[in-house]
Design a protein around this ligand. Structure first.
Ligand code: NCD
Length: 310
C-alpha cells in the first residue's frame, strides 16, 4: 500500500484491498512467520470514544507482530480533560510511537490530525464519517464466505450515522457487488455518501423493508442504531427496535446467506440467529486481528526482513 495514512475507504483501490486481504490470509494461516517482524515498533492507541473490538484487536495485532502498544487511556484521564487540542495531542504522541490509531467523535478529525503527524495514522472511526480498517475486516469476511464478485449485499440499519456503512459501501464499489440499502426514511444514507457511491459507478438501491430483497441476498450486513449520534433522544426512540432480525425472518433467505454485524449489537439480531449457519459476526470480529496485522505491516513497511518502503 502506498498510503501514508488510512483515513477513508475511498483511498483503497481494488489492488490495495486484495493485497491486504491476501496478506491477512497468509498471516492467519501461519502467524509464526511474522512473530518478530515488527519487534521494537510502538503503536499508540488514541481512543476518544468507547471501543472494545477495534482497540483490542489493534493492540493484539501489534503485539503479534512483535511490537508494543501505548494507550492514551480514557479522555477523562488524559490531558484532553485540561483542554488540549487534538492537533497538540497527536503531535506529542507521535514522538512516542511509530504509528497512531485514532478514534474521535468528530467527523473529519482523523484527516485533520493526520496533517500534523509524520508517522502513519489509521482512522479508527471519526464520528459518523469513516472506519476503513473495519471495512477491511468486513471485506475479508465477505470474501471468505461469499467471494467478492457477482454477489448481492444488503446493508441494513443506521445508514445515516453508521461509519462502518459509509466505508464498506464505498469499498464495495471496487468489486462486482450489487448493493441494497435498507433503513427507515430518517436514517437513509447521507446525500454526500450517495453522491460518492454514484460517482464511483454504484447503483444505490434503497428500501424501507428487508422483506422484498432478502431472498436475493448473499450477505446481510446489519448495523446498530447509533444512539450517541442522535441530536434528540426522542428521534432515536422513534426508530429504535425497528429493524430486528430473528431466525423466523431468515426463513425467506438463501441457505447460504451470510449475516454480518460490526458489533456491538443491541437488539438488532436475536441471539437465536447465533446458532444458525448464517451467523458470521463473531468470526468477523476475530478476523480483525489478522487483517489489522496485515494493515499495520503494509503501513509500517520494512519490518525485520525488509519489505516495501512506505
Ligand atoms: C462500530 C463503530 O465503532 O463504528 N464498532 C466497531 O468498531 N466494531 C460499530 C458501532 O459502534 O455500532
Amino acid at each position: 500500500m502506498r498510503h501514508d495514512h488510512l483515513i477513508s475507504a475511498a483511498q483503497l483501490s481494488r489492488d490495495d484491498i486484495e493485497a491486504v486481504l491476501d496478506r491477512a490470509a497468509e498471516i492467519a494461516d501461519d502467524p509464526a512467520t511474522v512473530r518478530e517482524r515488527h519487534a521494537g515498533t510502538v503503536l499508540a492507541l488514541c481512543f476518544f470514544e468507547p471501543s472494545t473490538r477495534t482497540k483490542m484487536s489493534f493492540d493484539t495485532a501489534m503485539k503479534r507482530l512483535g511490537g508494543e502498544t501505548i494507550d492514551m487511556g480514557s479522555v477523562e484521564s488524559s490531558s484532553v480533560k485540561k483542554g488540549e487540542s487534538l492537533a497538540d495531542t497527536v503531535r506529542v504522541i507521535e514522538g512516542y510511537a511509530d504509528a497512531l490509531v485514532l478514534r474521535h467523535p468528530s467527523e473529519g478529525s482523523a484527516k485533520m490530525a493526520s496533517e500534523f503527524v509524520d508517522v502513519p495514522l489509521v482512522n479508527a472511526g471519526d464520528g459518523a464519517g469513516q472506519h476503513p480498517s473495519q471495512t477491511l475486516l468486513d471485506l475479508y469476511t465477505i470474501r471468505e464466505n461469499a467471494g467478492l464478485d457477482d454477489i448481492t449485499v444488503g446493508i441494513m440499519g443506521d445508514l445515516k450515522y453508521g461509519r462502518t456503512v459509509h466505508s464498506l459501501s464505498m469499498a464495495l464499489t471496487n468489486f462486482d457487488v450489487r448493493q441494497h440499502f435498507v433503513s427507515p426514511e430518517s436514517l437513509r444514507l447521507p446525500r454526500s455518501v450517495r453522491y460518492d457511491l454514484h460517482e464511483a459507478g454504484a447503483q444505490v438501491r434503497e428500501h424501507e423493508e428487508l422483506e422484498g430483497i432478502l431472498p436475493e441476498l448473499d450477505v446481510l450486513y446489519v448495523t446498530r442504531i447509533q444512539r450517541e449520534r442522535f441530536p434528540d433522544e426522542r428521534e432515536y426512540r422513534e426508530v429504535a427496535g425497528e429493524y430486528q432480525i430473528d431466525a423466523g425472518t431468515l426463513a425467506e433467505a438463501k441457505e447460504s446467506l451470510t449475516v454480518m454485524h460490526p458489533l456491538p449489537r443491541v437488539d438488532e439480531i436475536d441471539p437465536a440467529v447465533d446458532e444458525t449457519p448464517h451467523a458470521q459476526y463473531f468470526e468477523q470480529a476475530h478476523n480483525g486481528v489478522p487483517v489489522r496485522m496485515a494493515l499495520l505491516d503494509a503501513l509500517l513497511g520494512g519490518g525485520r526482513d525488509g519489505g516495501e518502503d512506505r
